[in-house]
Write a protein that binds this ligand. Structure first.
Ligand code: SF4
Length: 342
């Protein structure tokens, strides 16, 4: 028979306890074993006489004691939004910076960005703060402030050399994400945007479990129009549904190319199966809008500038204004990009 993953781990248990690992047993689990990770491990009647009893009894159990501390630390943040993508290279981190700058165009808003892409932290470069370091005070780690009302936290600020590779296994990544939530002085904020790496892995599981108590408004899923990208978006949406995360909607990025000279639009990544709009309909989730591929977005990211300030008249800026409005509607709030000439 072909190998199959039809009987995976208990999904609820993995989502709720991403850090839980099986104790190192010295003998196979006997027939009536309640499970070495269960609350009854080592204490149940069936554990009597089992060679693993001492190991199972002393293994950590129950909810993470840091969750209440995280909930308290984030209590001043009104809205928390996850930015997800099924696949890499679709412009997720770029979209996160655009959304952060968009919210920050309203001077009354305070916006935070948490970069949980531990192995590929690109937010600091896109925000123009790549060479900054974290300041530590008695109150905790301070975010790096890009603007008076826009702060960022990323592992990039902790690297001795900016090109150092981060070669970490899951538990160490989870530990840093926990510190970003527990030890950073986020303070009073209107929005915290959590930029995640592509896929549904350690970082997503830990973000989901650490933020469950403090509450997440939902997730914005970013994709490009072609079916190869949409394939993985379906998995991302399935993850959100299993994890109980509301999908605020899907954004189609690089949706057509707008020539900066003549503003003519052509399709680079053809939507052979209906693109993000078709997928949104198929999966019954909101379609938040389509942002054209504009090389000036990449330029603004490379120079760490706000695209809204640099190219307010571009078609991509117009499209992004619509996306921001729709994100706000799905969150039940009014969200607008406020530019000086508007
Ligand atoms: S001690 Fe109990 S929980 Fe642990 S392996 Fe033995 S039977 Fe299973």
């Amino acid at each position: 028979m072909a190998p199959s993953l039809e009987a995976p781990d208990n999904v609820e248990d993995v989502l709720d306890n991403p850090l839980k690992t099986s104790p190192n047993l010295v003998a196979p689990e006997p027939e009536h074993c309640p499970g070495p990770e269960s609350e009854a491990a080592g204490k149940a009647d069936s554990c009597a006489g089992c060679p693993n009893q001492a190991i199972c009894a002393s293994a950590p159990k129950g909810p993470d004691p840091d969750i209440p501390l995280i909930t308290e630390r984030l209590s001043g943040i009104k809205h928390k939004v996850l930015i997800l993508s099924g696949k890499g290279g679709v412009g997720k981190s770029t979209f996160t910076t655009l959304l952060a700058h968009a919210f920050a165009t309203n001077e009354d808003n305070t916006v935070g960005v948490m970069d949980t892409d531990i192995c590929g932290p690109s937010i600091p470069k896109m925000m123009g703060v790549e060479t900054e370091t974290i300041h530590v005070s008695g109150a905790g780690w301070s975010p790096v402030w890009v603007l008076d009302n826009l702060g960022v936290m990323s592992i990039q600020f902790m690297l001795p050399n900016k090109d150092d590779a981060i070669i970490w296994r899951g538990p160490k990544k989870n530990g840093l994400i926990k510190q970003f939530l527990k030890d950073v002085e986020w303070g009073e904020m209107d929005y915290l945007l959590v930029d995640t790496p592509p896929g549904t892995s350690d970082e997503h599981l830990s973000v989901n479990s650490f933020l469950k108590e403090s509450g997440v408004d939902g997730a914005v899923v970013v994709t490009t129009p072609q079916e190869v990208a949409l394939l993985d978006v379906r998995k991302e949406i399935d993850f959100c549904r299993k994890a109980g995360i509301k999908v605020l909607g899907i954004v189609e990025n690089m949706s057509g190319f707008v020539c900066p000279k003549c503003t003519h639009e052509s399709q680079i990544f053809k939507a052979t199966t209906g693109g993000a709009r078709g997928l949104a309909k198929e999966m019954n989730i909101p379609f938040l809008g389509a942002v054209p591929l504009d090389p000036r977005i990449g330029l603004a990211a490379d120079y760490g500038e706000s695209f809204f300030d640099a190219y307010p008249d571009s078609p991509a800026c117009t499209a992004l204004k619509g996306v921001v409005r729709r994100v706000g509607e799905e969150m039940g709030i009014k969200a607008e990009v406020i530019l000086p000439e508007d």
